[in-house]
Design a protein around this ligand. Structure first.
Ligand code: GLC
Length: 838
């Protein structure tokens, strides 16, 4: 057995541009400042090959750095960071602008290797907390365990089960409210030891490949994720329908059953956008075929579903049935597209279709072929593709996956499965995504995946695989999804109701409440388990499901804007409280409640027989969404939560763009469900919150033209000033949602305004069209308290406004709410609610 070796002293060092190279007896350490808050560290050993998987963006404008040598140390100043490099032995320490230590190599560790294993030990302060790492069981804080990065179809998801389907070697560390990140750029089986080996150090290491990591400085966690997104890529906008409610089952079979389920949704007034076809739609699990008995006329079926407003997503697994008479198999053999052993024999593994061969997605030509195979599915009308079993999962073998000696890659660039394994699912979704893009140019592809790696957000939404219908899994879905978000993946969800085992009404009701506020909202359940449609558990649960699915649709304009933020700034829409309140110690481990955006706090019930729960409200004032009661934050409250109530709180000062929303329309269609015509802007002014903003984002919902600038951003502002409440709407961009009126509701007004004045705003929105980090604290330009010229009084209506083109306002004393309709005309508009007579 090889001995652990630690990096020794630096023999020589040099600087080239923003890279410093340190030569030691065992190899060279290269340190590059890619940005003032982003440092890449590589340990290059003789004979090692570089990983070139196109996982990371290396296109960084060169920054200037200052370097000083002082005796035993080389010090690098980037403007934001000071990196001190101890020379004997080589040790890195990172300091912030105020010269406070952020993190450093462990004095007895630092860079090490043993045989082909390489890694790095860092000091682990007792009060540092860790997040991220992709899809893991357990709680939010990852500290105290060793976690493995090795994509595995592991069942069931017990507290000790690790690894699972997704490996994302990105760690977000938080200490005393200040954050930094470590991205370990290595695809081999790797480990993050966060306190198993020793209590004062954490380490990351891999069984092969290079030690290559990125240190990302915050101190705001948003900034760390912003950079991580620049490094590994951001999620493109999903088609709008992918944010709607989705129904799945292993499997709806035959076609008549699919239609029956779809019809039930419409008959029962339960909105839904997508229905899934699991493996039985195929002819004996042969990918890219249809079962001739159960699905004799796919085009007709999909047409009928489309007429009802349903999109269809079909499952596509990687294993291609070994069958001489099957065209995909034959093409794969003749094109030499499948993975092989070093001796040239194709690798055969057992999956749903029996013995199967696996495409080598690491080759561009194979990805192209695979992408093209989707043509007929799309021609039949399929809207999106669900990639499953892509760890790859293989039945009846130790390790549950492909033989590690199998070879991937073009001739001359071969790599073993040990190196490619963690990328297999990622590369498959890349093939699918790029294929859909070529087949339907200009349209946003929708791909759902089980397996993935860092950067998976570029190609796919992620669901958390085969959970069970257990309360424990409802609870675990929260930390799991939150950490996926903190690993850079915004569009995530768990199987609502639980996949394995029999679900039941109470659990389903609670899970649909959680699911309504998860980015990806899909119910799915396994073969031979009880039915799990919204109506499967009797009228009470059906009513709850209807109510929360409709609520989901109401929140779509808010969600959609958050996905824009995810695309532009890498910020997850579903986020732990520590994301917005990193200095509040209560938030560091809090994972049974979460935020959607910055303005909505969701506290699901995740235990049986509960009609109250404890909810922590962070600093500020919070408003119960249902009752409009106000709470002072910074403490726990016991909140009523009977079966039909999901505790929901709105931050005081919030602006929520919501759909008018009672109609069961689909997210994709151009109806009130999509929030254009039916949009209502809800304002929650508060004297303590002087100013707040929200960036409302709108576009056509399905094409890629947003990438060429076809969208509309409306910056909504709310300010509380001496003379009243000011609201401004500033539009920028060239998409026209066809709106003639804005509808507004101002909450929590205990008195009727003396007057409401409407006029043109200052309108510097044009300049602000580009969102860059930090989105949340965007500059606010309109000075409160000054009356803009040209403001006209708006008509007060003594009765509720209901005329379609009626401008005016109505105050409802009982609700303490003001309803307002103003014509949409100018680039910038301002509304002034004068609270006291002048
Ligand atoms: C896997 C998937 C599950 C799917 C089943 C059959 O278990 O995780 O979602 O229903 O395979 O395709």
């Amino acid at each position: 057995m090889d001995k652990v070796q630690y990096i020794g002293a630096v023999l020589h060092w040099s600087k080239q541009g923003n890279t410093l190279s340190f030569l030691t007896g065992s190899g060279a350490v290269q340190m590059t400042a890619l940005a003032p808050d982003l440092i890449r560290v590589r340990f290059l050993r003789p004979g090692q090959r570089e990983a070139d998987w196109e996982l990371i963006n290396l296109d960084w404008p060169e920054i200037s750095i200052q370097v000083q040598e002082t005796g035993e140390e080389v010090t690098v100043f980037t403007g934001e960071l000071t990196v001190r490099v101890g020379l004997s032995p080589l040790r890195l320490s990172f300091y912030d602008e105020q010269n406070r230590l952020i993190g450093r190599d462990h004095p007895q560790g630092g860079i090490f290797w043993r045989g082909s294993r390489v890694g790095c030990w860092k000091e682990m302060p007792g009060d540092e907390h860790y997040y991220g790492l992709g899809e893991k069981t357990g709680f939010l804080d990852r500290r105290g365990r060793r976690w493995v990065m090795w994509n595995t179809d592991n069942l069931p998801h017990l507290p000790t089960t690790d690894p699972l389907y997704q490996s994302i070697p990105f760690l977000l560390a938080l200490r005393q409210g200040r954050a930094y990140g470590i991205f370990f750029h290595n695809t081999w089986r790797s480990y993050f030891d966060l306190g198993k080996d020793a209590s004062d150090r954490y380490g990351f290491y891999a069984d092969g490949g290079e030690l290559d990591y990125f240190f990302i400085y915050g101190p705001d966690p948003k900034k760390v994720l912003f950079r991580y997104g620049q490094l590994t890529g951001r999620a493109p906008l999903p088609p709008r329908w992918a944010l709607g409610y989705q129904q799945s089952r292993y499997s709806y079979y035959p076609a008549t059953r699919v239609l029956e389920v779809a019809r039930r949704f419409r008959e029962r007034d339960i909105p839904a956008d997508v229905i899934y076809l699991d493996i039985h739609y195929m002819n004996q699990f042969r990918v890219f075929t249809w079962d001739p008995q159960g699905f004799p006329a796919p085009k007709r079926l999909l047409n009928e579903l489309a007429e009802m407003g349903f999109k269809v997503v079909t499952i596509v697994d990687p294993g291609v049935k070994k069958d001489e008479g099957y065209w995909v198999y034959a093409e794969g053999i003749s094109g030499d597209y499948f993975c092989r052993y070093p001796n040239g024999e194709p690798y055969v593994g057992e999956v749903w279709p029996g013995p199967a061969l696996f495409p080598d997605f690491s080759q561009a030509r194979v990805r192209r072929w695979w992408g093209e195979l989707h043509r007929e599915l799309l021609e039949a009308g399929v809207a999106g593709i669900w990639n499953d079993m892509n760890e790859p999962s293989v039945f009846n073998v130790a390790g549950k996956t492909m033989d590690l000696t199998v070879i991937h890659g073009e001739e001359g660039r071969e790599r073993t499965h040990a190196e490619v394994h963690n990328l297999y699912g990622f590369l498959m979704t890349r093939a699918t995504y790029e294929g859909l893009l070529r087949l339907r140019p200009g349209e946003r592809p929708f791909v759902l995946t089980r397996s993935g790696f860092a950067g998976i957000q570029r190609y796919a939404a992620v669901w958390t695989g085969d959970n069970s219908s257990w309360w424990e899994h409802l609870a675990m879905a929260m930390p799991m999804l939150l950490n996926l978000g903190l690993s850079g993946v915004p569009l995530v969800g768990s199987d609502i109701g639980g996949f394995m085992e029999d679900g039941h009404g109470e659990l389903f009701a609670r899970w649909i409440q959680l699911g309504a506020f998860c980015p990806f909202m899909r119910t799915h359940s396994a073969i031979d388990t009880v039915a799990q449609e919204p109506w499967s558990f009797g009228p009470e649960v059906e009513e709850i499901a209807r109510r929360y699915i409709k609520l989901r649709y109401r929140f779509l304009p808010y969600w959609y804007s958050l996905f824009w933020e995810a695309y532009r700034a890498g910020l997850p829409p579903m986020r732990p409280l520590l994301w917005e309140y990193p200095a509040d110690p209560v938030t560091w481990g809090l994972d049974d409640e979460f935020l959607v955006g910055k303005d909505l706090l969701v506290a699901p019930v995740y235990r049986p027989a509960i009609d109250q729960r404890q909810v922590y409200l962070p600093a500020g004032t919070w408003i119960n969404y249902w009752t409009e009661e106000r709470y002072a934050g910074g403490r726990y409250y016991s909140v009523a939560a009977p079966l039909d109530v999901l505790p929901l709180f709105v931050r005081a000062g919030a602006i929520l763009p919501l759909g008018a929303g009672s109609s069961p329309m689909t997210a994709g269609s151009n109806s009130s469900g999509n929030g254009h015509q039916g949009l209502i802007l809800h304002f929650y002014p508060d004297p303590e919150v002087k100013e707040s903003t929200f960036l409302l984002y709108e576009d056509d919902g399905h094409s890629l033209s947003y990438q060429e600038g076809h969208f509309l951003e409306t910056r909504l502002r709310l300010s509380w000033a001496e003379d009243g409440i000011r609201i401004s709407l500033e539009k920028a961009g060239n998409y026209n949602p066809g709106r003639t009126f804005w509808q507004l509701e101002v909450h929590g007004l205990d008195r009727e305004p003396a007057a409401v004045l409407v006029g043109p705003g200052r309108g510097d929105g044009e300049k602000e069209a580009t969102v860059e980090w930090p989105v949340a604290s965007a500059e606010i330009s309109s000075a409160p308290g000054q009356r803009a010229a040209g403001h006209r009084p708006c008509r007060r209506s003594p009765v509720p406004l209901d005329g379609e083109d009626d401008a005016g306002w109505f105050y409802d004393r009982k609700l303490a709410r003001l309803f307002l309709r103003v014509p949409d005309q100018d680039r910038a508009q301002e509304i002034w609610l004068q609270l006291t007579a002048e």
